[in-house]
Every structure is written in structure tokens, then in C-alpha cells.
Design a protein around this ligand. Structure first.
Ligand code: CUA
Length: 304
């Protein structure tokens, strides 16, 4: 939060430092007056001086200082809601218990859906449309912008303008049930050309599955009913309850920030999701023999 990489976050960081400085001035003045009051001889000052100390220090100073800080804070709000320019990218982000459904709208094509990862071009203005599928969540990428609630039945907007490339941590900032603390995502800020290439690749069906002879892993994925909740474009898996896995291997993390995305962690997640993320809705598949879990993990790991 205090090392900002976006125009919203740098204004908020600046506000924090001004508030801190203002608070420090008031604190030092109050403590100094307290020490003076304890040490000063009684009746040292005339009643007139005493009254002006009380009115000046107790009324005038706080009113002036707090009004100045409040004015400065209120002045920031409009600039946070629209930091210049029409948005170049629109992303619909839906909070679900306990992960993030992320959809990009491509002109004339199906929306591109992914999970727990929001990619944005650096230097551009992007609009996040925030929705909820169940309870109130709150989306917060501390390094990039302020937080905005996701409320069932409403669409809230958050305008973001990242200024640096990199991978930034995003969190849910509103208690939303058992796994609230394990509801994170990655905000990946890329150069505009790399972002355009990434988006074009995400629009394609999963690489190597369409038309090809299904691998043992794909067959196992479908045979065990994974496709009832998960969708993989280009295969028969068309579930909408859980995260879309079309390009799951291209993502930074697994299970909304719980695990790094590797074949080993995929296997652990299939075997024991509840041990890794208490409250998660996905059933455990620990009854499957190890070679079958290995095959399914290898299939998912191939979905770049
Ligand atoms: Cu979602 Cu807390």
C-alpha cells in the first residue's frame, strides 16, 4: 500500500502521509501541553491567558488542522473515481465464495473467462466492473488502487491505472465466510503488446485438445465428473460452478492464491483441497489411484 504502482494507490499513499503528519503534530502538541500543565506552578497565568490557551489549543487548532486534512481528503475522491481518460480495457470481476471469476469482453467473441488473475496493460486506464455471486466481497489491490465492495445485485466500478509492470497481490477485504482469508488473486501488469498477445492467446481454446486424440489425463478429467463444475473450452467439460480451466497452466497461482501453480501442487489440490483451504466447495478426489491423479495433473499442467 505504501509502495504504490498505480495512480489511485499513490494518491492514497500521499493522503496517508499527510494524515500521519497532521496526526503527529496534534499528538506532539497535546503531549507537550500535558507535560507543561503537570509541571507549571498553579495560578502562574492570568485567567485571560489561561482562557486563550484553552480556546486556541482546544478549539481553534483542531478545527483548522482537521478541516485542512478533511478538505484535502475530500478533494481526492473525484480523482480516484476517474483518473483521466476513457477506459481501454473492461474486465468484469465476480466475487464468489472463495475465488474470483474474471471475464474480458472481446469484440464479437465469447467473453474470455479466467480465475484468480487479473491482467492489465501498464500505463493504460482499465475499468473493473465488480459483481458478487453470493455475499459481499471487496476487491483490493493495495499497490494499484483503493478497495471497492462487491455487492450482490449491483455492479460497482473501479478505475485503475497501473504505472509499473509486475505481479501484485490482490485480496478480498470484506469478511465473506470460512475461506475469506484464502481469497486472493494476482494482478499481473504487462507491457501493452505483451498484454494484447496474452489476451489473444486466452481467447483461443485450450492448446492441443481440440481435434487431437484425448490424453489419459483428459479422459480421467471427464470420467471423474470434473467437467460438471469446470469448463475447458475445446473439450466436453462445460461446468460453470467453478473456475474455468481453459488456460489454467498459464496462471500464477492455484485456488485463489493458496498455492503456486505447479504439477505437484495441482496433484495436492486434487487430492486434498479441504486440508489446503478449509471451507472450499470442491470435493476431494483422494479415492483416485495416484497414477490417475498424476495423469489429470499432467493434462491440466499442459493447458497453457
Ligand atoms: Cu470474499 Cu472476503
Amino acid at each position: 500500500m505504501l509502495s504504490p504502482a498505480g495512480t489511485g494507490a499513490d494518491r492514497i499513499a500521499e493522503l496517508f502521509w499527510w494524515m500521519l503528519a497532521g496526526g503527529l503534530v496534534i499528538w506532539v502538541a497535546v503531549v507537550a501541553l500535558g507535560v507543561y500543565a503537570v509541571r507549571a506552578r498553579p495560578h502562574r497565568h492570568s485567567p485571560k491567558v489561561s482562557t486563550s490557551l484553552i480556546v486556541g489549543g482546544g478549539v481553534v487548532l483542531p478545527v483548522v488542522l482537521l478541516t485542512a486534512l478533511l478538505w484535502y481528503g475530500l478533494k481526492l475522491i473525484p480523482t480516484l473515481q476517474m483518473p483521466g481518460g476513457e477506459p481501454q480495457v473492461r474486465v468484469v470481476v465476480t466475487g464468489e465464495q472463495w475465488w474470483w471469476r474474471v471475464r474480458y469482453r472481446a469484440a464479437g467473441a465469447d467473453p474470455i473467462e479466467l480465475a484468480n488473475e487479473i491482467r492489465l496493460p501498464v500505463g493504460a486506464t482499465s475499468e473493473l466492473l465488480l459483481e458478487s455471486a453470493d455475499v459481499i466481497h471487496s476487491l483490493w489491490i493495495p499497490a494499484i488502487a483503493g478497495k471497492v465492495d462487491m455487492i450482490p445485485g449491483r455492479t460497482n466500478r473501479l478505475i485503475v491505472q497501473p504505472t509499473e509492470t509486475g505481479v501484485f497481490r490482490g485480496v478480498c477485504a470484506e469478511y465473506c465466510g470460512t475461506a475469506h482469508a484464502a481469497m486472493e488473486f494476482s494482478a499481473v501488469v504487462m507491457e501493452p503488446e505483451a498484454f494484447a498477445d496474452w489476451l489473444a492467446a486466452q481467447a483461443q481454446p485450450a492448446i492441443g485438445v481440440e481435434g487431437a486424440e484425448p490424453t489419459a489425463g483428459e479422459t480421467g478429467f471427464l470420467a471423474n465428473g470434473c467437467g460438471a463444475c469446470h469448463r475447458i473450452r475445446g473439450t466436453a467439460a462445460d461446468g460453470r460452478l467453478g473456475p474455468d480451466l481453459t488456460h489454467v497452466a498459464s496462471r500464477v497461482g492455484l485456488a485463489a492464491g493458496v498455492l503456486p501453480n505447479r504439477r505437484e501442487t495441482l496433484k495436492r489440490w486434487i487430492r486434498e483441497p479441504h486440508a489446503l483451504k478449509p471451507g472450499v466447495r470442491m470435493p476431494a478426489f483422494d479415492m483416485l489411484p495416484e497414477p490417475e491423479i498424476e495423469q489429470i495433473a499432467a493434462f491440466l499442467d499442459s493447458l497453457q
